[in-house]
Design a protein around this ligand. Structure first.
Ligand code: BTX
Length: 326
């Protein structure tokens, strides 16, 4: 933790009671002038502090941002999120994470922003990333696995984010294979997993996560208003984005480790229990063809199995799917 984070942690822990500059200076072993400089820096980031004569400082308001200082005190992880790169604005956290990973960023590095000017989904589709309302983040992980095991991390991430949303809001999203989380049939989260690898070894997996948190329906572009939703729209309450980021990292660390240590089976069971795809009739749009049939399960590799009307079973590695009534 930096000194600024330590000061913030102390102010939060004081729960509205004043904490003196001298006490902070003693605990951090730095001068009162330095403490004053850090407090000024916090105020510039939007923290509101009240100075009470002879008693010290009270933290009055925490800004609604997803900065390193806000997230770090909430972390329950050993590795994920222990390095945080925060940008008030950027083109895409996925681009920054890819570059940073190539430059050797450590396992668990989090790249996060308030607004993306070129947020992207799969196949270079645009991802609507409105300012200060959602979670737009990319996590760099470096698991000891071979490249063919990497796509399963999309499913690991889907389970982790579902768990995080459930534990913080009580609202349980459904997972639509492979990378959408839906609430009441509308998309609340998208996941984009990208790989940097040699022939036989993963260098890094970059998990891009977009969660619609505090948007109202008119915060979305018109083109997606009928298909997108946010946690606030579904629960009626504003959610603390930093707390949700910390929860996502907690479950992502937990389930990534479970996958690397125990294989895909336990993740598969969790994924299936949240899935709205299995047992349903679906249309799968692949790059070169469209298939229709019943989704009967996912394999140990995370491949979706589709039973066509001819009885033939086809494994789907990558596609857009639509649930259809028949
Ligand atoms: P996807 O290709 O499955 O979904 C993209 C489609 O989702 C778009 O074509 C549009 O129809 C719809 N869409 C766009 N924006 C939203 C939104 N905010 N809510 C709901 N639906 C939307 C999904 O790709 C993967 C998205 C990953 C986004 C993260 S954000 C952090 C990181 N940085 C980055 O550039 N991308 C990832």
């Amino acid at each position: 933790m930096t000194n600024k984070e330590r000061i913030l942690t102390q102010l939060i822990a004081a729960k509205g009671n004043p904490i003196s500059g001298q006490k902070l200076a003693d605990e951090l072993s730095i001068s009162r002038t330095m403490i004053w400089k850090y407090l000024k820096a916090l105020e510039e980031e939007g923290y509101v502090l009240e100075a009470v004569k002879k008693k010290g400082y009270i933290l009055q308001k925490i800004p609604d941002i997803v900065s390193k200082e806000r997230i770090t005190p909430l972390l329950e992880t050993k590795e994920l999120g222990r390095t945080i790169l925060y940008y008030p604005v950027c083109d895409s956290t996925q681009n920054i994470a890819a570059e940073t990973a190539r430059d050797g960023a450590p396992h668990g590095t989090l790249v996060i922003t308030e607004v993306q000017t070129s947020g992207r989904g799969r196949l270079e589709r645009a991802w609507n990333s409105s300012a200060n309302k959602g979670i737009w983040m990319s996590v760099i992980i470096r698991p000891e696995i071979s490249p063919h095991q990497a796509p399963q991390f999309t499913l690991v991430s889907a389970v982790a984010i579902t768990k995080a949303i459930e534990s913080l809001t009580g609202c349980v999203p459904e997972i639509k294979w492979p990378n959408d989380l839906l609430i009441n049939g509308k998309k609340v989260t998208g996941i984009l997993t990208e790989l940097q690898a040699d022939m036989d070894r993963v260098q890094s997996i970059i998990i891009g996560i977009g969660v619609n948190v505090n948007q109202d329906s008119n915060s979305f572009n018109e083109s997606i208003q009928s298909i997108a939703t946010s946690l606030k729209m579904e629960t009626g309450i504003e959610i603390d984005r930093a707390a949700l980021v910390a929860k996502i990292l907690f479950y992502l660390e937990k389930y990534s480790r479970m996958y690397v240590e125990n294989g895909f089976e336990p993740i598969k069971l969790l994924w299936e229990s949240y899935s709205c795809t299995i047992g349903k009739r679906i249309r799968a749009s692949l790059l070169r063809e469209t298939l229709e049939g019943v989704a009967i399960g996912i394999t140990a590799d995370g491949v979706l199995e589709l039973r066509l009307d001819t009885g033939e079973i086809r494994g789907i590695y990558s596609a857009d799917i639509n649930l259809i009534d028949k």
